[in-house]
Ligand binder design. Sequence first.
Ligand code: F6P
Length: 544
Amino acid sequence: MNFHQALAALQSHAAALEPLRARDFFARDPVRFREFSVEIDDLLFDFSKHKITAETVRLLIELARARNLEARRAALFAGEPVNNTEGRAAMHMALRDLSRRPIQMGGVDMRPEIEREREKVLSFAQSLRSGAVKTFGGERFTDVVNIGIGGSDLGPAMACRALSPYRSEGPRAHFVANVDGADLADTLSSLDLSRTLFIVSSKTFTTQETMANARSARARVVAALGEAAVAQHFAAVSTRLDKVAEFGIAQDRVFGFWDWVGGRYSLWSSIGLALAISVGPENFIAFLQGGFDVDEHFREAPLEKNIPALMGLLGVLHRNVLGRAAHAVIPYDQRLARFPAYLQQLDMESNGKSVRRDGSKVETETGPVIFGEPGTNGQHAFFQLLHQGTSVVPIDFLIAAEPVESDERHHELLFANCLAQSEALMRGRTLDEAKALLTGEDRAPEEIERLGPHKVFPGDRPSSTILYRRLDPRTLGRLVALYEHKVFVQSVIWDINPFDQWGVELGKELANRLAPIVADPSRATADLDASTAGLIGWRRATAG
Ligand code: F6P
């Protein structure tokens, strides 16, 4: 069966399910939860609240086979140049491969080099935590500021927050990303520069925002402590060691990685330095272990029991068969507050594409809009639309079975809320049920008629739940890797390259062209379009 036939089979199958209600599936099938859930150790993926049957899963797997998912997965893990527009492998999995197997890339075993660099990161992190690495004034570092953006910010920022209870005695981690000077100024306003280490994190070491923030931070350190302090108060993470040297950062404070690690997949590399400092080497290794466990699962589990494959394929069902343009990720876990933002880059920068790997136009819609906020907060903000709006938004709920360090009673309420939402979304409420409810409240008949439609919930709103024992380093590693592979699976179905990001280039080029015009009021704007010229003119006339 080719891709189009497989998609057509899915479409007619979905049309046949259309008149049915998800709640009836549960009523008819007492073992539905068991049939549509998969566990890896103490992590469970429940996808029973999608309106699907065993036949849906079978057809989704046929679709995956029509795109050779298994062969493409093997090529990914074999270090083939799957990033075909940049001629590179995408081997972030090698960074968390804790087996003893050789890691072949271009005929070379990369394991020794990877382990050497990791050792360097972990030993620096440990020395900083223990106080062996000292400030210019010979004291302990109390704070670390990571300067980076995109993949050089979102991963470590998300992870440091997620694992904050594991920090113990380590320095506090802060993150500056935005070229808006307010970001640096506000972050530094509460820090003592004489006890702060800056980590300049940039794969390319050319990113405008990061370089601007790094130069400003350097100037502040020089002003406060003198030029000689720079060597002690700066470290860098990059693949471009030549450029780091130009910036003047001491060699033993420079940590490298490789061009086969994409920015949004780089948390596992030296880019994780702020995380390693924050939680310590042991917890960092546990984080890698979680990612590695998922790699083994993704490589070996049959597709119908393969969590990333199922996550990806369910997304394809919603996007390509049922026309759903958005996807929400709602962690009922406050410490995962930055996880949706992290996933926005991972998913939208990877799969926000309109051409296939060979440059021809895609045949279907590609990546959905990803958004999310922690529950329960989201319930009091945008959940109204999720329950009763005209757009159906599939959701991933994430929640722990037990809290890491918070009140058990709070966690019970949190857990109940999470389950209540997914149940309400799936079950809905019919007009008859709404009216019966109003009748029970002793409402007048005309009021029951008037209010009834407002209290109807359509139901059949699909969600998956990822339930894990607790948000520890290994679990975080598992969550990140699950989503990485989910994104890969979808890219295979859409036949796009998820590892490049040409779409961010044009804006960068234009910003570089406009920056000197914005900076110099005597520069002509006549070559610019009328809107851009008008906005610059208005700023020139208005700004103080
Ligand atoms: O926004 C584009 C991008 O290239 C991302 O892919 C990347 O994570 C980010 O910029 C930062 O890049 P760098 O680490 O090279 O500074």
